[in-house]
Design a binder for this molecule. Structure first.
Ligand SMILES: *Cc1c(COP(=O)(O)O)cnc(C)c1O
Length: 375
């Protein structure tokens, strides 16, 4: 696997505690503890643990005010879930370009495109092309590397957009000392099996807006009004709460986050050094001012070596070294083919030149010089 999980802390102990006490489902002390730990790590005010990252993003978008028929700005270079969540809201992804320094949304380019193709009416931005309202922007911190959030936040203010961060991949990453997922109105994280920390399947909504946090908690728990025995629900809610069993696994994992990040940053620096002397290719380095979790390491071929990508993928996979190309860009997928989009030439270039290479903690620690748990 590109990123296999490692469970050599308290995971098993915590999970069996759930089983032996009977607290396996959506109520239990590990859920609260997991949320508390995430609050401490990220410095955010409110955390609501959810069943997965996709549904967390769906609800975060709704709570940020995305409505049926809106358009939402999404990078074309992202995992499909980013756009799926927009569609689940009845909104339409508006695909935008990325830049090569952060692998995130190219803000300068987007600003001039929006200036030309939108108009502001009554405090909202509308597309001149489609007539639809553009209500939000979803920066995604690609492979754990934080986007240029200062620029994105000021662009969002200029065009009256809600900022909903897809921080699914960036637990433990900071920009200017501030944790990814704390710059926008609301953000989400994922704890799927391939992420830096896993709960088996899981996600979370993070926000500094207390009202939004309350709404997230209420809606993820069937909109039940707390009461000692009565089942009273005051609106159509969802069942998106993280089960205690999953949170128990996650608590065991979060306890080791610092160690995971140290190992992964050490691996990244060795990749960067190793590829420095290789012609035509370089290992991707965190943007200036950022401290990245290096969730997935990536190498980038020079434009003149693009044709070697598929041969490299074939050779490495046949040799039992797992490598993968970047995601297909969203406009190449049948369900998003007709989405509005701008020029995507940089995303296309990055996609054609990028290869993800093994990045898991066990790979990192196998050849590491830094002390590990066992040594
Ligand atoms: C993993 C991921 C998600 C979705 O998370 P799930 O928990 O798998 O639903 C969303 N966006 C990005 C960028 C991701 O990498």
């Amino acid at each position: 696997m590109l990123h296999a999980p490692v469970f050599d802390g308290n995971e098993l102990q915590y999970v069996s505690q759930c089983v032996s006490t009977g607290w396996v489902s959506s109520v239990g002390s590990f859920v609260t503890r997991f949320e508390e730990m995430l609050r401490e790590i990220t410095g955010v005010q409110r955390v609501v643990a959810c069943s997965n990252g996709t549904s967390a993003l769906f609800l975060a978008l709704k709570l940020a005010g995305v409505e049926t028929g809106d358009e939402v700005l999404v990078p074309a270079l992202t995992f499909v879930a980013t756009a799926n969540a927009v569609s689940h809201c009845g909104a339409v992804p508006y695909l935008v370009d990325s830049e090569p320094v952060t692998l995130g949304i190219d803000c300068a380019k987007l600003r001039s495109e929006l200036a030309e193709s939108t108009r502001v009416v009554g405090g909202h931005t509308y597309s001149r092309k489609t007539g639809r309202r553009i209500s939000a922007i979803v920066p995604m911190h690609c492979f754990g590397h934080p986007c240029a959030m200062d620029e994105i936040v000021s662009l969002a203010e200029e065009f009256r957009l809600q900022v909903v961060e897809d921080a699914a991949e960036s637990l433990g990453s900071t920009r200017d000392g501030r944790h990814a997922g704390t710059f926008g109105r609301v953000s989400i994280m994922s704890f799927n099996g391939n992420k830096i920390v896993t709960t088996g399947g899981g996600g979370a909504i993070l926000t500094n807006d207390a009202d939004l946090g309350d709404r997230a908690k209420h809606l993820t728990t069937t909109a039940k009004v707390p009461h000692a025995w009565k089942f009273y629900h005051d609106e159509v809610g969802y069942n998106l709460r993280m089960p205690n069993l999953n949170a128990a696994l996650g608590c065991g994992q979060l306890e080791q986050l610092d160690r995971f990040i140290a190992a992964k940053r050490d691996l990244a620096s060795r990749y960067i050094k190793a590829f420095r002397d290789v012609d035509g290719v370089s290992a991707f380095e965190e943007p200036r001012g950022c401290r990245s979790n290096y969730w997935l390491n990536a190498i980038l071929l020079d434009a003149t070596h693009v044709s070697l990508r598929d041969a490299m993928l074939k050779e490495t996979n046949e040799g039992n070294i797992m490598t993968r190309p970047a995601w297909e860009l969203l406009h190449q997928l049948p369900m998003f083919r007709s989405c509005p989009r701008v020029d995507l030439s940089q995303a296309e270039s990055i996609q054609s030149r990028l290869i993800n290479i093994p990045s898991g903690v066990s790979v990192a620690e196998r050849h590491s010089q830094i002390p590990t748990r066992g040594s």
